[in-house]
Design a binder for this molecule. Structure first.
Ligand code: GLA
Length: 607
C-alpha cells in the first residue's frame, strides 16, 4: 500500500464476530497486530465500529432485533445490516461496542479517524415494520402531535373514517388494503429518518468522549431514506462510497443508448452530484470518498470493467470537487463469500489488479500538485430530503422521482460547463450565488424565500405544493410573496408523451397549469404557460426534457451574469481557485479548448 502511494487505510468495519467471539470476551491481538503493521508502514488508520454486522449470538439475546419488511417478513441473519434502528437493546449494544473500542483505541495515536457503522440504509434497511418500530413510532407521534385529536386533524383522518381514539391504535402504514393516508406514510418516513439519527447519536456520544479524532460515516449513492444533513451534523467529515459503473446499471433512469455509451465509465453526473451533495453534508465542507470502485463489482445486474483511465478520472474528479481523501474498496479481492467476484486493487492471488497502476499514478500526480483550493460556485442547487419523502409518498405519476428531477437539473447545469454547490434547504445565507435552482421543493421552509432574493432563482415544479403534513395548502401553492402564480391543476403523463414548448424542447412526466399575473417567458405549443416570472424569480410548471433544460439554463445564466460554455457531450468541468479540470467520460478522445483529451482522460489548466 505504501509503495502505491496510499496513505490511509480503513479497517474493522465488519469484524464484530472476531472482536467479541463470545459475549463479553474480547480478542484484540489480531487487530493490534494489524494496527502495528499498518502504522509501521506509515499508513494512517480509520477504525470502523462493526455495528452493521451484529454476530449471530446477538439474536439469542434480542430475538426481535431484526427489521421486518413491508410484507412483515424478517430480514434474517446471513448477510449484514440485520438490525432494526428502533430496537432499544441493539442500540445499547451498539453504543457498548463503540465504548469498548473507544476505551481501547480512542487515544491511540495510530488511529486517525473513526467510521461509525457502515452505509446506513444499504440494502433498503431504513424502513422497518417491526414491533420495536411500531412502538417507537407511537411514542414519536405522541411527542409530535401531543393529542390524538391533533394528529387526526393534521392527517385529515375524518376522510374514510380513519380517526384514532388513542396513539396506541396507530399501526405502521404497511399492509393496508389500498394506499395508506399519505400523512401517515410521510410521518413514518420522517420517523424512520429520525430513528437512524437517534441510533447514530449513541455511537457518536460513546466515541466523542473517548477520542479527539474525526468521526466519519460512509454514505451511499442515491440512498435518500434518511436525512444525511442530520446524521452529518454530529460528525466531522462526510464520506461516501462511489461505484460509478454499478450505479449506471443499477440505480439510474436513463435510455438504453446512454447506458451503453457510458457502460464502462459511469454516468458523467452521478459522481459529481454526490460529491457536491456530501460536501454540503460534511462539517465545514469536509468530505472524502471512503470507497471508490477499482474494477468490476459483483452486485449490479451487469458488471463490466472500467475503461482504462477511469479509476484515475474518478479519483481526480473527487479531488477537484474537494475530497480530502479518496480510498478504494477494496485492497485485495476476497476469494470467499458474497463479494468474491468484487475486484480489489489486488487480485485474490495477491498480484496487482488493473486498478492499482492507476491509483499509483494518481498518488504520484497528487504529490506534484498544490492542494486543491475550493471556491464558492456561482450556481447553487437546493437539496431537501423531506421533499424526496413527500414525493415518494405522493408521486401522482409513475416514475416521479425527486432525485431524478434534481439530477436532471444538475446535469443541465454541468453540461454547460458550470460548477455547482449543493445546499440544504436550511440555508439562509445565499450571498455570492448568482443563480439558484430549487426544483421539487415540497414545502418552502420559513425564511428561505427571503434568502432567495439576491440571485436569479428558478423554483418549481411542485414547489411549496404541500404542507409539512402533506395536504394541499390554502391558498394553493407556490404562494410566493414576489410572484403572482398559482398552480391550479396538475397532470402526469406516460413516458412516451410530451408537451412541446415553443422554441424547442418539451415538458414530460409532470405538467402544471398556472394562473396569475406574472409574466410568461416560456409556453407550450398550445399556449400553456411553462415558466412565469417577475424580476429574478421564475416558476417552472413541469419537468423539462434535456432540450428545454438546456434553454432554461442558458437563459437564466445569462440573466444572472454567469458564463456558460458550449461543451462536447460527456465532458464535465470543475473550477477551483487555481485550476480548471476537464473530465472526459467518453470512450473516444475529444478536442476541447485547444487540447485533445484522451478517452477516459483528465486535463487541467491553471487559471
Ligand atoms: C459497499 C460496502 C462495502 C462493499 C461494497 C461493494 O459500498 O460499504 O462493504 O460491500 O459496497 O461494492
Amino acid at each position: 500500500m505504501a509503495e502505491a502511494g496510499i496513505s490511509w487505510v480503513r479497517i474493522g468495519e465488519f469484524a464484530w464476530s472476531r472482536l467479541e467471539p463470545s459475549a463479553g470476551v474480547f480478542t484484540f491481538d489480531w487487530l493490534d497486530r494489524a494496527i502495528e503493521v499498518l502504522s509501521n508502514a506509515g499508513l494512517k488508520i480509520i477504525l470502523g465500529t462493526p455495528t452493521c454486522t451484529p454476530p449471530r449470538r446477538m439474536l439469542e439475546q434480542f430475538p426481535d432485533m431484526l427489521a421486518l419488511d413491508a410484507q412483515g417478513q424478517p430480514r434474517k441473519f446471513g448477510a449484514r445490516r440485520h438490525y432494526c434502528f428502533s430496537h432499544a437493546g441493539y442500540r445499547a449494544a451498539s453504543g457498548r461496542i463503540a465504548e469498548i473500542l473507544g476505551d481501547r483505541y480512542g487515544r491511540d495515536t495510530r488511529i486517525h479517524g473513526w467510521q461509525i457503522d457502515n452505509e446506513y440504509g444499504c440494502h433498503d434497511t431504513v424502513l422497518s415494520y417491526s414491533d420495536a418500530a411500531r412502538d417507537a413510532f407511537r411514542d414519536w407521534l405522541a411527542a409530535r402531535y401531543v393529542t390524538v385529536e391533533a394528529l387526526n386533524a393534521a392527517w385529515g383522518n375524518v376522510f374514510w373514517s380513519m380517526e384514532y381514539g388513542d396513539f396506541d391504535e396507530i399501526d405502521l402504514p404497511n399492509l393496508t388494503v389500498t394506499q395508506p393516508n399519505p400523512s401517515h406514510e410521510l410521518a413514518f418516513r420522517r420517523f424512520s429518518s429520525d430513528q437512524v439519527v437517534r441510533y447514530h447519536e449513541v455511537q457518536v456520544a460513546a466515541l466523542r468522549v473517548r477520542t479527539d479524532r474525526p468521526l466519519i460515516h460512509n454514505y451511499m449513492g442515491r440512498v435518500l431514506d434518511f436525512d444525511h444533513f442530520e446524521v452529518g451534523a454530529a460528525l466531522d467529515i462526510a464520506s461516501w462510497d462511489s461505484y460509478p459503473i454499478g450505479f449506471l446499471s443499477d440505480r439510474l433512469e436513463a435510455s438504453a443508448a446512454h447506458k451503453i455509451r457510458y457502460l464502462q465509465q459511469g454516468d458523467p453526473d452521478m459522481q459529481g452530484f454526490h460529491h457536491d451533495l456530501y460536501r454540503a453534508v460534511g462539517k465545514e465542507g469536509r468530505w472524502w470518498v471512503m470507497e471508490q470502485q477499482p474494477g468490476p463489482v459483483n452486485w449490479a445486474p451487469f458488471n463490466p470493467a472500467p475503461l482504462p483511465g477511469m479509476v484515475r478520472l474518478w479519483s481526480w474528479e473527487a479531488f477537484a470537487h474537494g475530497a480530502e481523501v479518496v480510498s478504494y474498496f477494496r485492497w485485495r479481492q476476497a476469494p470467499f463469500a458474497q463479494e468474491q467476484m468484487h475486484a480489489g486493487l489486488r487480485r485474490p492471488d495477491d498480484a496487482p489488479a488493473p486498478g492499482l497502476a492507476e491509483v499509483t499514478q494518481v498518488a504520484r500526480e497528487i504529490a506534484q500538485m498544490p492542494d486543491i483550493a475550493l471556491q464558492q460556485a456561482e450556481v447553487a442547487l437546493i437539496f431537501d430530503y423531506p421533499s424526496e419523502w413527500a414525493w415518494t409518498t405522493l408521486p401522482q405519476g409513475q416514475g416521479f422521482s425527486y432525485f431524478a428531477l434534481m439530477l436532471d437539473a444538475y446535469r443541465a447545469l454541468r453540461a454547460q460547463g458550470l460548477s455547482i454547490d449543493i445546499l440544504p434547504s436550511t440555508v439562509r445565507d445565499l450571498s455570492g450565488y448568482r443563480l439558484v435552482l430549487a426544483p421539487g421543493l415540497a414545502t418552502l421552509p420559513d425564511g428561505l424565500e427571503a434568502a432567495l432574493t439576491g440571485a436569479v432563482t428558478l423554483i418549481g415544479p411542485r414547489a411549496n405544493a404541500v404542507t409539512p403534513e402533506i395536504s394541499i395548502p390554502l391558498p394553493m401553492g407556490p404562494n410566493l410573496a414576489g410572484l403572482d402564480v398559482t398552480v391550479t391543476q396538475v397532470e402526469t403523463l406516460p413516458p412516451q408523451i410530451a408537451r412541446t414548448v415553443k422554441g424547442g424542447g418539451a415538458l414530460h412526466h409532470w405538467v402544471e397549469t398556472l394562473e396569475g399575473t406574472a409574466q410568461t417567458s416560456y409556453e407550450t405549443d398550445n399556449g400553456q404557460a411553462v415558466v412565469k416570472h417577475t424580476g429574478n424569480l421564475h416558476y417552472l410548471a413541469g419537468w423539462p426534457d434535456a432540450t428545454l433544460w438546456a434553454r432554461l439554463v442558458a437563459d437564466l445564466a445569462k440573466q444572472a451574469g454567469v458564463n456558460t460554455r458550449e461543451m462536447p457531450e460527456g465532458v464535465r468541468l470543475r473550477a477551483t481557485q487555481t485550476h480548471v479540470f476537464a473530465f472526459n467520460y467518453n470512450a473516444e478522445a475529444v478536442a476541447f479548448d485547444g487540447v485533445t483529451i484522451p478517452p477516459a482522460g483528465v486535463h487541467w489548466w491553471p487559471v
